[in-house]
Design a protein around this ligand. Sequence first.
Ligand SMILES: Cc1cc2nc3c(=O)[nH]c(=O)nc-3n(C[C@H](O)[C@H](O)[C@H](O)COP(=O)(O)OP(=O)(O)OC[C@H]3O[C@@H](n4cnc5c(N)ncnc54)[C@H](O)[C@@H]3O)c2cc1C
Length: 334
Amino acid sequence: MFKSLNINDSEEERTNEPSDTERVKCLVVGSGPAGYTAAIYAARANLNPVMYEGLQPGGQLTTTTEVENYPGYPEGVTGPVMMEDFKKQAQRFGTDVRWGLAVKADFSGDIHKIWIDDDKLIEAETVIIATGATAKYLGLEDEKKYAGGGVSACATCDGFFYRGKDVAVVGGGDTAAEEAMYLAGLCNKVYLIVRRDELRASKVMAERVKKTPNVEILWKHQTKGLSGDNGVVEGATLVKNLGEEGEEEVKIKIDGFFLAIGHKPNSDIFKDYLDTDEVGYIKTIPGTSKTKVKGVFACGDVQDPIYRQAVTAAGSGCMAAIDAERYLSEKNGH
Ligand SMILES: Cc1cc2nc3c(=O)[nH]c(=O)nc-3n(C[C@H](O)[C@H](O)[C@H](O)COP(=O)(O)OP(=O)(O)OC[C@H]3O[C@@H](n4cnc5c(N)ncnc54)[C@H](O)[C@@H]3O)c2cc1C
């Protein structure tokens, strides 16, 4: 993304000033379900949206095979095909979809500035932030090896595929407890792999998960690796009491391995101007997509620590475009 500079570069390049500045009515940052839905509504409202796709055109769903819970696809659809449909629909109404990464923001004035890569400055009357959130993984090679073959970071999305089967959830916080409870309602058995000897989840959630008969909490266990043929998870190797007396290797038979150790909202470049919670989720005025800066709106997973679904992301993208349109017509006295 960033051009490397050498001593022969011109003065302009060395100072890192963008060589190109463009004024737009509506800038959409991010191309997941939230960004594309915002773009469809903004384009149809004549805001001539410009969208920058970021490093993952189409967003998180491009990393999954089957999406079965998005309304309108009765037979299900693959994530990449669904996102291609979103893109076509946004382009049909004139969205200018561009390759590029927003690297810096300045929301101090009436016109908002976003730098794209290191060579373009967009001056926008409205900005719709739809940059998503990235699930955290343990960092094991096996998580990549079995991606799409039993490893998931979303029980709501993928739990259905494991009905009647045995699965494991990794984590000790509220999300892990919630995911374990959700899966307990679908699966035969749920192992909850907890690094410590207590749950960080709220007391109520912790008690509820402890009382669920088909959830077995594996205290002080850490995951070493996954196993299975043809890229499909069949088991996990854990270590109990790692680095302590009584350290031992434990093997469990599972079909699904769910990560619930948190998400990182992609909000870093906006943090100087917007309020975020302690994790980094952008705060919006409840019931709207409005941030504390006039003309800047946030939608999708980057502002949603709770639901994180394609359909909720799309719904909030719609809200952002409507909020942007109303802001502009009020500002321009229409
Ligand atoms: C493996 C997997 C399977 C899933 N399955 C389902 C499912 O079956 N059903 C369901 O409803 N949900 C599912 N989800 C969740 C769903 O994908 C998300 O809730 C949804 O994609 C969020 O949409 P979004 O538009 O907010 O963000 P994302 O889809 O995360 O898109 C974010 C976009 O922002 C861009 N971006 C980020 N930073 C920048 C930047 N600085 N500049 C420019 N662009 C940037 C990225 O390139 C990307 O295009 C799944 C998620 C995963 C990971």
